[in-house]
Design a protein around this ligand. Structure first.
Ligand code: HEC
Length: 149
C-alpha cells in the first residue's frame, strides 16, 4: 500500500472511532445515574489535614500492610474503622475513637487487634518514630483514617 493510502486508512479509522464514541460514549454517560459518582466523592478525604494524611500514609508505607477497601492484609483494613468496635487479643472490645487511633499508631504494641500479632507494625515503623511524633503528622494520619468511612 502507498504511503498516502495508509494515511487515508488511518484517518478513516480515527473518524470511525470518534463517531462511535460520540454516538455511544456520550449517550451512555447521560443515561448513567448520578449515584456512583457521589459515592466516589464521599470516600475522598474531606479536609486538607486528611489529604495530607493520605500522602503520609504512603510515605510511611502504612499502605503496605493496611488496605482502605475493606480487605485484610498483613494488618487489618482501616476502612470503616473509625467509630467502630475493635476486639483486642485480650478479648476486650473497645471503640476506635480518636485516642485509640493515635495510640495504635504511636504505640502499636500497647493494644493488639484480635487475630494479629504484636511487633509487626512497631518493627516496620521503628525508622519513623521521630517523624510520627513531629508536627501534625499524627493528627493528619488520624484525620485520614477517620475519612475512610
Ligand atoms: C509491617 C506492617 C504494618 C505497617 C507498615 C503498619 N501497620 Fe498498622 N498494623 C499492623 C498490624 C499487624 C496491626 C494489628 C496488630 C496491632 O494491633 O498492632 C496494625 C494495627 C493498626 C491499627 C489499629 C487497627 C484496628 O483495626 O484497630 C491502626 C490504626 C494502624 N495499624 C495504623 C497504621 C498506620 C497509620 C501506619 C503507618 C504510619 C501503619 N499502621 C503501618 C501492621 C502494620
Amino acid at each position: 500500500m502507498s504511503r498516502n493510502g495508509l494515511i487515508v486508512v488511518v484517518v478513516i479509522a480515527v473518524a470511525v472511532i470518534v463517531s462511535i464514541y460520540v454516538t455511544f460514549g456520550r449517550g451512555s454517560s447521560n443515561n448513567a445515574s448520578p449515584t456512583p459518582t457521589s459515592s466516589v466523592a464521599t470516600t475522598l478525604p474531606s479536609s486538607d489535614l486528611a489529604s495530607h494524611g493520605a500522602v503520609l500514609f504512603t510515605q510511611y508505607r502504612c499502605n503496605i500492610c493496611h488496605t482502605t477497601n475493606g480487605e485484610r492484609a498483613a494488618g487489618p483494613t482501616l476502612a470503616g474503622l473509625y467509630g467502630n468496635n475493635v476486639t483486642l487479643d485480650t478479648g476486650q472490645t473497645i471503640v476506635a475513637d480518636e485516642a485509640y487511633l493515635r495510640q495504635s499508631i504511636l504505640d502499636p504494641d500497647s493494644q493488639i487487634v484480635s487475630g494479629y500479632g504484636p511487633s509487626v507494625m512497631s518493627a516496620a515503623l521503628a525508622d519513623f518514630t521521630t517523624q510520627l511524633n513531629q508536627g501534625d503528622t499524627i493528627a493528619a494520619l488520624v484525620a485520614y483514617i477517620e475519612s475512610l468511612k
